[in-house]
Design a protein around this ligand. Sequence first.
Ligand SMILES: Cc1ncc(C[n+]2csc(CCOP(=O)(O)OP(=O)(O)O)c2C)c(N)n1
Ligand SMILES: [Mg+2]
Length: 884
Amino acid sequence: MFNPHQDTDPDETQEWIESIKGALQEHGPERTRFLLEKLIDFAERQGARMPFNTNTPFINTIHPFEQKPFPGNRAIERRIKSLVRWNAMAMVSRANKKTEGIGGHISTYASSATLLEVAYNHFIRGAAHTNGPDMVFFQGHASPGIYARAYLEGRLTETHLKNFRRELSKDGGLSSYPHPWLMPDFWQFPTVSMGLTSLMALYQARFMHYLEDRGIIEETGRKVWAFLGDGEMDEPESLGSISLASREKLDNIIFVVNCNLQRLDGPVRGNGKIIQELEGTFRGAGWNVIKVIWGSDWDTLFEKDAAGALAKRLEEVVDGELLKYVVAGGSYLREHFFGKYPELLNMVKDISDKELLRLRLGGHDPEKVYAAYAEAVEHKGKPTVVLARTIKGYGLGEAGEGRNITHQQKKLNEKELLSFRDRFNIPLTDSEATTAPFYKPADNSEETVYLRARRKELGGPLPFRNQKSEKSKIPDRSLFNEALAGYGDRELSTTMAFVRQLTKLTKDKDIGKYIVPIIPDEARTFGMEALFRQLGIYSHSGQLYEPVDSEQFLYYKEAVDGQILEEGINEAGAMSSFIAAGTAYSNYGVNMIPFYIYYSMFGFQRIWDLIWAAGDMRTRGFLLGATAGRTTLNGEGLQHQDGHSHLAAAATPNIKAYDLAYAYEIAIILREGMKEMFHYQKDVVYYLTLENENYKHPEMPSGAEKDIIKGMYKIHSTKNPVIRLLGSGPLMGETLAAAKLLKQDWNIEPGVWNVTSFSELRREAEESERWNLIHPDKRQKKPHLEKSLSKHKVPTVAVSDYVKMVAEQISPYVPGDYYALGTDGFGRSDTRENLRHFFEVDRYYIVLTAIRALVNTGSVDPALSEKVMKKYGIDPNKPSPITV
Ligand SMILES: Cc1ncc(C[n+]2csc(CCOP(=O)(O)OP(=O)(O)O)c2C)c(N)n1
Ligand SMILES: [Mg+2]
């Protein structure tokens, strides 16, 4: 059988190799590359189809002769790194000895120490750098190393380190992972939900281009660095948006993947090669890939490998074997790796077993790592990923170096501590070392002086988070006059009402240009297409084509200085843009005001983890869940109808959620949100649900403003109420209709309230209750709910287009009996009317529930319920919407 890899004419092959060799020697790699490309191109055109291959051999991308020399002091840097290693290990080990099970990780940082130290000493810019700081996403589980370095730099004290993972300690502790919410002047980016780092870093880099292209910031060569784990790359989010980076020519992003070949349970790719797999994926997506697999010790072996036996053997081995070599020792490596071919065995005959095992890998060799970063920061027009081979638990020896248990290794015993000390020459006696003390050299020591000087030159310490921001000038109330006055007889949806106000905001002279509308391919659904032409859609390369609708006034306009981020069908990416824009106040000192509008169902349900990370990162901005409401979005059915995002929002600490019924409510909340976030600089996110049902929008009742913000305001009061109705969002219409029926058909006149936010009502009530609990001697506080409703102890019927728990969250704080109607169950496609009946939230069910409430209090005849059912055709045999 024909074998395409079989060499049928070795002499001819050799001749070709010789000529390439000649070209390399005479003209260098550039010319050689050119020649080979020409040859391939020619062969392709002559019909010799080339096999597709995105991989290069399993060796370092940068050849020794191309390697930029290491400019630092190797010896001092090694000593610094060893001390960081020691302190990081000691911090975790001590914490776990003190409090069994408190957790933390030793092995991740042990593998990435060189990758980080080279970056710290030579590349990443701090806050005071003349050209602005870089942004660094640190691998979450490597946090002990980051703390340990900050300790050496004098930024953290021994007490901090002692209180690792003991944040509630009186004298201050350290958070487990990077959490800006918990350490707001230290951590800049939360990274510990695997997969989100890649996405958030990519969109940060893209947002930097956006700000530069729009002239909001200057281009100063800032970089975004993302340190990632190789196991973490299995998250779909990790690789899902990498093509964005090449498409947008993001040469301001550098990924460093710590390829220790292991994750938590075991190998990332026991039967394959994660580095090669990632290389193929990234190259295929148009990235500049730099592999740093082998350390300098291997250079001489590769030099000797003229016949290619070593290269061949390296292609054969799988990661599972490579891991075994780390653990099984030098003789095993000799026998099983080099022993396969006699010429390989011969190559290492003068190297002892011990030396063999110590052949350093690329990710542990500062010279190789330096060369990779030096090339990465210079690379133009493309993003770069450095794939660095490391050993998980490096230096832990018996305590877990390269073992499958290494991720879970939390403490070292005395023997292990001593061997760790020896391995890294930590100046501690035996009796000292066995207590794992933190070790900090004197301020005037060579190490401290060096490390401070390096950071000073690079612009100061990292991580560092800027907490300061400017106050934006929020538009006057008059900008919202139209919405506040209502739209008369015109029927429109809350989505349309919002878009009209957004359009006005983008024209405001103070904040207009800082508004960032973000949309994942749904602008037409929301009636926002007019903004395309007016604001332009951001595109780094402008518009290289004439759009099909160029003849029309509202054509699809892409522009380098476009304001809209149209992210395509990509909620996770759009949310990452939201995060980048909503933290620009901290990262760039500019208050950008993001409005991310999306299909409500594909918000919390789909990307809640990113919303959570946005909270951690102290993002500010507006999330707009459009086409919301289980029965209000009628035709789309089960997968589209959101009836639970408000439940998720209520459980997200930084989210202020509003379900709005009228245009004036939107106006009030938009203005309040902007004031709170961009003037008073509170780190919250406003979540507004908007709907697509058209109806009339009245003028704002006078004096309602404050109550709208608090979460509930009065729509209709009666002299002697026996029952009250709380309507909300799109079901306000049904609530008002029910009130009418109650009066007209049953002679009961309810009080009617409009709830704009169940969760805000609950939060305030909860806070008051807590305060009252611990201040029994003081005048007890009354929350808005109690102040508004306690006058009449009558039953309450609340209705929303969300699951009942949304309305039920206030029930402990509402005086009298409380009944909630809601839309539990999977959605259906049908008319709004039928859906509201099916979910039992329409006017008739509201009336029926009100009557039942009165029956239960004994104030009406029990037979009334049946009469109501008969009158409105409520069928007791109707299937339940909540049964599955
Ligand atoms: C979304 C998510 N799932 C699971 C985890 C739990 N987890 C933490 S670290 C880890 C293994 C990490 O492996 P890798 O990315 O290779 O990093 P390494 O520690 O090997 O450098 C896992 C599964 C997590 N933090 N986030
Ligand atoms: Mg790993």
